[in-house]
Design a protein around this ligand. Sequence first.
Ligand code: CA
Length: 219
Amino acid sequence: MRVLYVEDEKFLAEAVKHNLEKQGFNVDLAFDGEDGLNSAVENIYDCVVLDVMLPKLSGIEILERMREKKVSTPVIMLSALSEVEDKVRGLDAGADDYLAKPFKTAELVARINALVRRPAKVQDRKITYLNLEFNIDEKELNGVSLTTKEADIIHELMKTPEKIVKKDYLLSKVWGGEAYGEDNYIEVYVSRLRKLLKSIRSEAKIMTVRGFGYKLVEE
Ligand code: CA
């Protein structure tokens, strides 16, 4: 498993690299935003871990430019500012996950593994509802690529359309044991998915069932 870690605090970067390598990962480091972007675009990684505050380019700028260049490698954002605003900016820019500093290596390992585990691909599996078609293997909704978490959420909603999918269930299903009851994560993703549904002229919408969760219903 190849990981790129972009971090300007060299001591921290080396320590995390050492710990990840003990877990069998292959880790490249970059110490500023420009080097980080170049590495992310020129090489093939299973996962890219980006610190937000970096010299030259911020982690968020790296992420945006990666996505502009159609590099869809899963990205985990790190930030010392554990503020929701920061988190939302990272997620809006297309990060697949977010981890607040300081973090334990075991936690980072769990997040990386959660992002890169993919089922063996035989042929693309699809689910449909109204005019929506979700390609489970490619994580595409009507041909639009989704981030891992967006895909997991729409997948759960489309499996049982017109039925309530409980928020707790979504949190445990999509975030595993890492959720820490952070409901606002889900809100961020659901609002992004709603925008996406609009943009693709979906006949279905995500309805909030207050106090319970969400359901996918006809618009
Ligand atoms: Ca930093």
